[in-house]
Design a protein. Structure first.
Length: 370
């Protein structure tokens, strides 16, 4: 197992592109960390710097307290799983698993033992004599994981390992990888653009934005309930958070849709944002029906016109307009409003967020989210 420390780590590619800016983080022994963000935000670059496949342009990277900037990949004690699996097509599953160990000159009976043990963990025992072309995508991915696992490394790096699988296989492999992590305990850094994967698998998530800027580092709970800025608020959660632009006037949030909400209950210091352009935000799943068209205690009331409804089974997505703003609301299917109708809903104070439009940062609040 290994503890990792990044101090102001930067990557500038030879063509001058600055792909990662001031990455700072401490990763504990055995933690499962996801790097998440849109394509091109610097996730793979960060992973490749950890692996020693890319030079670190500036800053320091430590493994177990030792400066690792110049360490070879081998010295770092890492194994990496790629999106493409990178299996040898002309070798059987057994040989694919054994290959790295054979190169290291390990005894055949030790290899046999390790291959059998790894195959057992991954449910590959019955497939050891098959070639990759005769395996499903999920099985190929298991072999790729097995190849990394068999080397008993202390750092496990995975770059979008599930993106070639179909939705059902992804869900299965997600929990398998988690289980493997639990039993092996290696510090794991996992790159994905899929926030559901990140939310379900991680101890902590690093949200990155294009240009290689870290936006927030936190547990799935922290990122969902306490997003620090508009980017994270919009990135974590599906459907995404609703944003209504407006400004603060006389301690109220007001906007062109005719909303006027006293914001004192939900911010630390209303006076400090007087006159500012802000965004009022709430999650689709956090709203409540307005009983008799009225807000309950500690709730804001919003009127919307319903454009479209989508029954998903356990819930209905309602696409509606609040003035000129589009919102998505999740409601109980039995309470689905008619398309074209007016729908009044409530946002509990504890589910209402305010962001500064200029800085895009959350307006400080003591609100305990639930
Ligand atoms: P992600 O994994 O988040 O999709 P990457 O880390 O692969 O993003 O890439 C980050 C940025 O760096 C992208 O804009 C990409 O085009 C650029 N990039 C990646 N590799 C190189 C390279 N060898 N030279 C120049 N730019 C690169």
């Amino acid at each position: 197992m290994a503890q990792l420390l990044f101090k102001d780590v930067n990557k500038v590619y030879p063509n001058g592109y600055h792909a990662v800016h001031d990455f700072n983080m401490e990763i504990n022994d055995g933690e499962f960390i996801c790097l998440v963000g849109d394509s091109g935000c610097g996730k793979s670059t960060t992973l490749r710097m950890i692996a020693g496949l890319e030079d670190i342009t500036a800053g320091e990277f430590y493994i177990d307290g030792k400066l690792a900037n110049q360490m070879s990949s081998r010295e770092r004690g890492i194994a990496m799983v790629f999106q493409s699996y990178a299996l040898y097509p002309h070798l059987t599953v057994y040989e694919n698993l054994a290959f790295g160990l054979m190169l290291e000159g390990i005894d055949a009976d030790v290899i046999e033992e390790k291959v059998q043990a790894t195959a057992k963990i991954l449910g590959l025992t019955d497939y050891l004599e098959r070639f990759p072309r005769n395996l499903s995508g999920g099985q190929c991915q298991r072999v790729a994981v097995g190849r990394a696992l068999i080397r008993k490394v202390s750092i496990f790096l995975m770059d979008e390992p599930l993106s070639n699988l179909d939705a059902k296989q992804r869900v299965t492999m997600r929990s398998e990888i988690k289980q493997i992590h639990r039993s092996v305990g290696a510090t794991t850094i996992y790159v994905t653009h899929d926030q559901t994967e990140a939310m379900t698998m991680s101890d902590r998530i690093v949200v990155m934005k294009s240009g290689g800027y870290v936006q927030q580092i936190g547990t799935p709970y922290e990122l969902y309930f306490y997003p620090k800025n508009l980017f994270v608020a919009g990135f974590i959660g599906e459907p995404p958070m609703n944003f209504l632009k407006g400004k603060i006037e006389g301690g109220n949030f007001v906007n062109e849709a005719g909303l006027s909400f006293d914001i004192k209950p939900i911010v630390k210091d209303a006076a400090s944002i007087e006159g500012k352009a802000v965004v009022f935000a709430f999650r689709p799943e956090a709203i409540k029906l307005a009983k008799n068209g009225k807000a309950g205690k500690n709730e804001y009331l919003i009127e919307s016109s319903v454009e479209l409804t989508e029954l998903l089974g356990d819930t209905t997505n309602v696409y509606a307009n609040v003035g000129d703003f589009n919102v998505i609301l999740k409601v109980n299917p039995h309470d689905t409003p008619e398309m074209g109708s007016t729908f009044k809903f409530c946002v509990p104070y504890k589910a209402a967020y305010l962001y500064d439009q200029e800085t895009e940062e959350a307006v400080p609040s003591d609100m305990k989210r639930q």
